[in-house]
Every structure is written in structure tokens, then in C-alpha cells.
Design a protein around this ligand. Structure first.
Ligand code: MG
Length: 241
């Protein structure tokens, strides 16, 4: 029922996009494009490494100074938490707060879990302004934009609420809610159902190659984000061809 309601809500907000009926090829001949009739594109945007990129001050990894700032050994955190627990957390099988608290008891018992989470999220919140500007332009042009991202519940909420991204996008599809993560095919199927779009109407922009390949295997359009093209250029090309 929830998915259906979301579909109906989203559907009302997605305009039908009409594009010019011709494109011009390299020899100057006008040709009919695939957009000849009607084509709708829905942008599915990766978050980390695309729209959000590291520390606000310098873009470095959030944990670059974790050892100095909070006296937490980063190698132990990797071994005791990220390698063993993160997969279950990011697909929603375990909750971040109690699981991280248990790890901290072993590796840094003086640190409060809430303090670490606050530090982590704040140090991983640099908005890539040109990407945000292109999201705003795309939505002004009637293109729906969703975040499609591997996140657990707390950071997904932080992105949308504390960082204000709920004002900038049409919604978020994230792994802990989906019960699967990119590049698992189930994630892409969940995202398609969530938006009410057909696979060929969806365009993933993501900085991780396996996610691009998985999206394409599911029938999506997908463009690898490698910093060589801006989002506006990618969207123009994907819509008009
Ligand atoms: Mg990424």
C-alpha cells in the first residue's frame, strides 16, 4: 500500500516532457530522435562522491583526523566495525547506534556513540555546489531528481533533514530502506517501483563502476561520474539522444 501511495504522489508531480522532434547529425542532416514522440527521464543520483564529498573544510575523508580529534584508532574501527558490521547496517538488518556503541566499548570505551556519529556526519557533509546548481536547473526544467544511495537510516535522515536536501530533490531511495544495496539488482528494482518509472526512463549517475554496470543490466540508463563532465551536460545528452 505504501508503495502505491508514493507512486500516485510522485506521478502527480512528474510532468510529461516534450522535446524537439529533430536532432542534427554531424553532417548537418536533421534526423528524428528517439525523443520524437515523448520521453521522460528521471534522474537517480548517487550521493557520496557525487553530490556530497567529504569534509566541508577541505573535501578530505571524514575520518582523516578521527584519531587525533576523538582518540579513536581508525584501523580498529575498520576491523571491529566497518568490515564486520557495516554491510548489515547499510541494508537495514542492524541499527547503527547500538552496533557502533558495542564496537566502541571494545576499541574506545571513553567515546560516546552519539558524539562519534555527530562528528562523522558533520565531517562527511560537503555539498558539491555545481552539482546542486545543476539539480536545481534540472528540476526547474521538470526533470524529477531522486537520491539513489547506499545509506543506513540515520545518515539518510541527516542528508535530507539536517543538510536540507529534502528541499532540493523529489525523494531519496536508500539501501537500508530497500533492504538491499547497489550494485544488487534488488536495489534497482526497488527504486523503479518507488518512483513508478520504467527502467528505460531512469538515469543513474554514480561514481562507482559496478553500480553503473548493475543499473545497465536492469535496463537503466547509467553514466559513470568521473569528474570529466558536469551534470547538466550529462542530462542534456541523455535526454536528447
Ligand atoms: Mg558514490
Amino acid at each position: 500500500m505504501r508503495t502505491k501511495r508514493t507512486f500516485q504522489k510522485v506521478e502527480r508531480h512528474i510532468p510529461t516532457l516534450h522535446f524537439s522532434s529533430h536532432v542534427t547529425d554531424k553532417r548537418g542532416n536533421r534526423r528524428f530522435s528517439r525523443a520524437d514522440s515523448v520521453m521522460v527521464v528521471c534522474l537517480m543520483l548517487d550521493v557520496d562522491g557525487v553530490l556530497v564529498d567529504g569534509r566541508p573544510s577541505d573535501g578530505l575523508r571524514w575520518d582523516h583526523d578521527l584519531r587525533q580529534d576523538m582518540a579513536i584508532p581508525t584501523d580498529a574501527l575498520a576491523e571491529e566495525f566497518f568490515k564486520t558490521e557495516w554491510n548489515d547496517i547499510v541494508i537495514g538488518k542492524k541499527a547503527l547506534l547500538p552496533t557502533l556503541a558495542n564496537a566502541l566499548k571494545r576499541i574506545a570505551p571513553a567515546v560516546q556513540v552519539e558524539d562519534l556519529i555527530t562528528y562523522w556526519f558533520e565531517m562527511d557533509s560537503r555539498i558539491v555546489e555545481p552539482v546542486l546548481a545543476d539539480i536545481r536547473a534540472a528540476r526547474r526544467d521538470g526533470i524529477p531528481v531522486y537520491l539513489a544511495t547506499n545509506q543506513e537510516h540515520l545518515r539518510a535522515a541527516y542528508l535530507m533533514t539536517s543538510m536540507g536536501l529534502s528541499d532540493e530533490v523529489d525523494g531519496i531511495i536508500y539501501s537500508a530502506k530497500a533492504g538491499s544495496k547497489k550494485p544488487q539488482p534488488e536495489f534497482f528494482r526497488f527504486a523503479g517501483e518507488f518512483t513508478g518509472r520504467q527502467p528505460h526512463e531512469l538515469l543513474l549517475v554514480d561514481d562507482t563502476i559496478p553500480n553503473i554496470r548493475a543499473a545497465q543490466s536492469e535496463g537503466w540508463n547509467a553514466v559513470h561520474w568521473d569528474g570529466t563532465e558536469d551534470l547538466h551536460t550529462i542530462l542534456r545528452r541523455s535526454i536528447e539522444h
